[in-house]
Design a protein around this ligand. Structure first.
Ligand code: 5GP
Ligand code: ZN
Length: 184
């Protein structure tokens, strides 16, 4: 995992946010979730729209430092950047995780990600960008309004990627692939 989970995620607002009593309440997109998880009726970790920090930012009820906006998305600086310039891109609608985001938003989200990523490279002389998207607590999601991290990368910036492993055998690898393919 990124070392950023060990640093940024320990900041105060993450704890405040994770203590919200409504954290286990169903969001207003739960029917869409059924498309992907019919067997798991009560996935936790959705937040009602009214308690959502990013919805409050969209409504202008909380401040943000914006770098880009269009009809479908808004991009603003992450308050606890992994690297200065770390930007979040969010859809204007409240979708708790990737799995509720309607497919028609894919094009505007991709276009905004390309636009912001290129801007980070030009403006900050970054030599690359990572695009990251977390879903559910176990994967590091702390704000339950789907969002894309766009992180500028510099030589020697010290950000480490996750540790990689190996399959015990080709059969084990094929077994995993078969189980996943059967659910796609
Ligand atoms: P996640 O951990 O859910 O993938 O990412 C949530 C991100 O939102 C974190 O990187 C965190 O720093 C950022 N964040 C949380 N609250 C606020 C806020 O009020 N304003 C801004 N700009 N970023 C926030
Ligand atoms: Zn929201």
């Amino acid at each position: 995992m990124w070392n950023y989970f060990n640093s940024a995620c320990n900041l105060k607002f993450h704890y405040v946010y994770s203590m919200l009593p409504s954290l286990t309440a169903r969001g207003d997109c739960s029917s869409l979730r059924g498309r992907f998880f019919p067997a798991r009726a009560s996935l936790p970790e959705t937040v009602m729209k009214n308690d959502c920090i990013f919805c409050k930012i969209l409504a202008g009820e909380l401040p943000s430092v914006q770098v880009y906006a269009d009809d479908a998305v808004v991009a603003f600086l992450d308050i606890a950047p992994v690297v200065h310039g770390h930007t979040l891109i969010i859809p204007r609608g409240h979708y708790p995780t990737l799995f509720e985001v309607p497919p028609e938003l894919a094009a505007p989200l991709l276009a905004a990600t390309q636009r912001v990523g290129a801007a980070l490279m030009r403006a900050l002389q970054a030599e690359g960008v990572n695009v990251m998207q977390n879903n559910f607590s176990v994967a590091g999601q702390t704000v339950f309004h789907a969002h894309w991290h766009v992180i500028p990368r510099f030589p020697g910036d010290g950000i480490s990627l996750w540790r990689q492993g190996a399959y015990a055998s080709n059969d084990e690898m094929r077994d995993f692939a078969g189980r996943i393919a059967a659910q796609t």
